[in-house]
Design a binder for this molecule. Structure first.
Ligand SMILES: CC(C)(COP(=O)(O)OP(=O)(O)OC[C@H]1O[C@@H](n2cnc3c(N)ncnc32)[C@H](O)[C@@H]1OP(=O)(O)O)[C@@H](O)C(=O)NCCC(=O)NCCS
Length: 211
């Protein structure tokens, strides 16, 4: 555990442009603490001690603001920067040297049990606030931009941005406008009103035929 902690501290110091000291990272980096708590909860989970495992991950969430399900599989030197609001689901798998910013969800899209969370390969970077959903593969060194919603696999080395996440330049016309509204997206209220208008026209027609 200590060896691993030192390895993560070294990785954080190498990657963080704020150039934190050793003591800063050890004492004040919630991402480091969350990964170490997860090692304990994951071990308990694998021993079949589900409730204690959940208690440890819950305590870690309380202390760090980072929620990692005890079942998630995490590789070496994961750097969760800032951390607050990160959610990592039960069947998520994370390779080595992955960087995740605050507000990221590695979530599911189904309530069915089984593999339902993403797999991040070595060196992937997930920008702040990005939602990566479903059992998709984010390839080695791929990057998901801040606030993207990613529901499709991302090949190795590729960058995606926006909603839905696409490589930059391919998002034109599908990027969100203000308030997260997508231009030309279906408007359920307008559709209902249009259906009601048709129904009223049909009733009027029937009424006039009967009169
Ligand atoms: C996605 C990302 C990795 C791309 O970085 P990059 O390769 O240097 O790309 P660029 O900055 O040259 O941008 C390329 C295009 O994508 C657009 N873009 C970049 N990031 C974007 C994002 N998150 N959402 C939407 N569009 C984005 C740029 O406007 C640019 O568009 P254009 O070609 O029409 O001008 C980066 O912008 C990003 O989001 N990193 C996450 C950083 C983060 O979360 N930081 C938190 C620190 S606390």
């Amino acid at each position: 555990m200590i060896r691993e902690a030192l390895e993560i501290v070294r990785a954080i110091r190498a990657r963080d442009p704020a150039q934190p000291t050793f003591a800063e990272v050890v004492l004040c980096y919630a991402g480091l603490h969350a990964v170490l708590w997860h090692r304990l909860s994951h071990r308990l989970w694998r021993m079949g001690l589900r409730a204690p495992a959940r208690c440890v991950s819950h305590l870690s969430r309380f202390l760090t603001g980072i929620e990692i399900h005890p079942g998630a599989r995490i590789g070496r030197r994961l750097f969760i920067d800032h951390g607050m609001g990160v959610v990592i689901g039960e069947t998520a798998e994370i390779g080595d040297d992955v960087l995740i910013y605050h507000g990221v969800t590695l979530g599911g899209l189904t309530t069915k049990p089984g593999k339902r969370h993403p797999t991040l390969e070595d060196g992937a970077i997930i920008g702040a606030g990005a939602q990566v959903l479903g059992p998709i593969l984010i390839g080695r060194n791929a990057r998901v931009g801040a606030n993207a919603v990613c529901v499709d696999p991302v090949p190795e080395g590729v960058t995606v941005v926006g909603i839905p996440a696409r490589p930059p330049g391919k998002t034109k016309g599908s990027q969100t406008a203000g308030y997260g509204i997508v231009p030309d997206a279906p408007d359920p209220v307008a559709e209902q009103i249009a259906a009601l208008r048709v129904e009223i026209a049909v009733l009027r027609e029937r009424n006039s035929l009967g009169a």
